[in-house]
Design a protein around this ligand. Structure first.
Ligand code: AP5
Ligand code: MG
Length: 226
């Protein structure tokens, strides 16, 4: 199964991906998390992307696709070992038409295909409030919100005890930039997947548990067996 979560910044992709990946037995491919890790580890990739990342700009398609291909190779290797992984869950990828075409090609080469695309639907004014109050674990990427979903102890991750902090791109200017880029580059992909009969829309303005429930229902209703 290859399941894509789509939706604007703050719609809850990361929140839902963290819950759904273990429940559905999928490997998580979250490009934003991978980029944040590279920046924190000060790798060559991290140095290359930091400035664009902090401004809320997209990282180049070449770098992003290469990173995803690497994850798909890891997935193939895990499957070859018979680990029982059912497929991949994509959070924040693809974001451009070029990335969408590259994912199709990468999956076709592996004799696989996208099973379902979930659009998490949330209006723009709600997104800005969510992003302003977001906090993220610097170790395991678990997502919190100071009001809607706080950690039990302020600044400490419930799951791993890591430090919970604001993201550098959750400034008002970078938030506006990312939301504009979503409209321009990513929203057109929704029609692309809808036309292929792969899309299900889920209401993202309800309690986190209910969003998870609706996504699981949609996956069961639409996923092909590939
Ligand atoms: P990325 O990390 O993917 O960030 P994003 O797209 O900006 O999306 P967000 O993580 O902001 O939103 P989300 O939908 O995950 O919401 P969340 O669950 O956190 O990308 C960051 C950067 O990396 C990009 O700007 C770019 O530079 C680069 N990048 C990544 N992928 C790329 C690609 N493919 N190509 C090129 N560049 C790429 O939730 C938000 C808040 O709301 C949280 O506080 C949460 O607790 C709260 N919340 C969630 N659900 C609910 C709910 N139901 N009710 C109330 N609160 C909720
Ligand atoms: Mg996210």
């Amino acid at each position: 199964m290859h399941l894509i979560l789509m939706g604007p910044q703050g719609s809850g992709k990361g929140t839902q991906a963290g819950r759904l990946a273990p429940r559905l037995g999928l490997v998580l491919v979250a490009t934003g998390d991978l980029f944040r890790r590279a920046i924190a580890a000060e790798t060559a990739l991290g140095h290359q992307i930091k400035a664009a990342y902090d401004r809320g700009e997209l990282i180049s398609d070449d770098l992003t696709v290469a990173l995803v291909e690497e994850k798909l190779d890891e997935l193939s290797a895990e499957r070859a070992l018979g680990t029982g992984v059912a497929g991949a869950l994509y959070d924040g990828f693809p974001r451009t038409r070029l990335q969408a075409d590259a994912l199709d090609a990468a999956l076709t080469r592996r004799e696989e295909a996208i099973s379902t695309v979930i659009q998490i639907d949330v209006p723009r004014q709600t997104l800005v409030n969510r992003l302003a109050g977001r906090r993220v674990c610097t170790i395991c990427d678990t997502v919190y919100h100071i009001e809607f979903n706080p950690p039990r102890e302020e600044g400490v991750c419930d799951r791993c005890g890591g430090e919970v902090r604001q993201r550098p791109d959750d400034t008002p200017a970078a938030i506006e930039k990312r939301l504009d880029l979503y409209e321009l580059e990513t929203a057109p992909l929704l029609a692309h997947y809808r036309d292929r009969g792969l899309m299900a829309v889920v209401n993202g303005v309800q309690a986190i548990d209910l969003v998870t429930r609706d996504i699981e229902r949609a996956v069961k209703g639409t996923a092909t067996t590939r």
